[in-house]
Design a binder for this molecule. Structure first.
Ligand code: TMP
Length: 207
C-alpha cells in the first residue's frame, strides 16, 4: 500500500468533520491527490446502510444489529473505496473508522471487545490507519452544538452514553499512542488545524 490513511474520531459536535475537510484542502494545495470520505458511508451501498443506522424510525435496533451494520458498511467502504485509493498512492481521509465502533458499540453499548476486534479485522481486511486524530471534547459541549430537532438516532442518546463514548476514545488513544494524535476540541478551528498540519508534517518527515 503506497498511500497514506488518516482517520478522524471524536464525539458528536467535536468538529472533526471540519478538520477532515481542512486537511483535504491543505493536501490538495500541495497537489497531493486525496480522497475525503466518511463512516458510516462512502460508496452507495454504505450510504444506504448509514440511512438505516441513523434513522430515528429504527429505535428498536438491537446493539448487535447496530454493530454488524456499521461493520457491513465498513467492509464495503474499505474494499471498494479505501484500499483501491491507497493502492493508487492517494491519501485517504476518513471521518470515522473502526475506532468509532470500539467507542460507541464497545465502550458505550458494552459489546464484547474481542468480538468487535475479530469482526473489525474481517471487515477491514486488516487495514489500520497511519494516523488517527482524536478531537477530544467533553460530551456536554459537543451535544450542546447539535440542534435538538435534527438529532439522529445516535445523537439522541443520553449524556452519560456520550460520556462513555468519549472515555472509550481516550482509552483507545492511550493504548495506541503510535498512531494517535489527541487534539483539544476546545481550541479554535484554526488552532486545531495548525496542530493537525504539524502532526502530518512530522509524520511525513519520519517516512
Ligand atoms: P457522524 O455523525 O460523525 O456522521 O457519525 C454517524 C454516527 O454513527 C455518530 O453518532 C457515530 C456513530 N457511529 C457508531 O456508533 N459506530 C461506528 O462504527 C461509526 C463509524 C459511527
Amino acid at each position: 500500500m503506497t498511500g497514506t490513511f488518516i482517520t478522524f474520531e471524536g464525539i458528536e459536535g467535536c468538529g472533526k468533520s471540519t478538520q477532515a475537510k481542512m486537511l483535504k484542502e491543505y493536501l490538495e494545495k500541495l497537489s497531493q491527490p486525496t480522497l475525503l470520505t466518511r463512516e458510516p458511508g462512502g460508496p452507495e451501498i454504505s450510504e444506504k446502510i448509514r440511512r438505516i443506522l441513523l434513522s430515528v424510525d429504527n429505535d428498536e435496533m438491537l446493539p448487535e444489529t447496530e454493530m454488524l451494520l456499521y461493520m457491513a458498511s465498513r467492509s464495503q467502504h474499505t474494499g471498494q473505496w479505501i484500499i483501491p485509493a491507497l493502492q493508487k498512492g492517494m491519501w485517504v481521509i476518513s471521518d470515522r473508522y473502526y475506532d468509532s465502533t470500539l467507542a460507541y458499540q464497545g465502550a458505550a453499548r458494552k459489546i464484547d471487545r474481542q468480538i468487535i476486534d475479530l469482526i473489525t479485522r474481517y471487515a477491514t481486511y486488516g487495514l489500520v490507519p497511519d494516523i488517527t486524530f482524536l478531537v477530544d471534547l467533553p460530551a456536554e459541549i459537543g451535544l450542546s452544538r447539535i440542534a435538538a430537532k435534527d438529532a439522529d438516532r445516535m445523537e439522541k442518546e443520553s449524556l452519560s452514553f456520550h460520556r462513555n463514548v468519549r472515555d472509550g476514545f481516550l482509552a483507545i488513544a492511550a493504548s495506541e499512542q503510535a498512531r494517535y494524535v489527541i487534539l483539544d476540541g476546545k481550541k479554535s478551528i484554526d488552532e486545531i488545524h495548525l496542530d493537525v498540519i504539524k502532526a502530518v508534517e512530522e509524520w511525513r518527515n519520519n517516512q
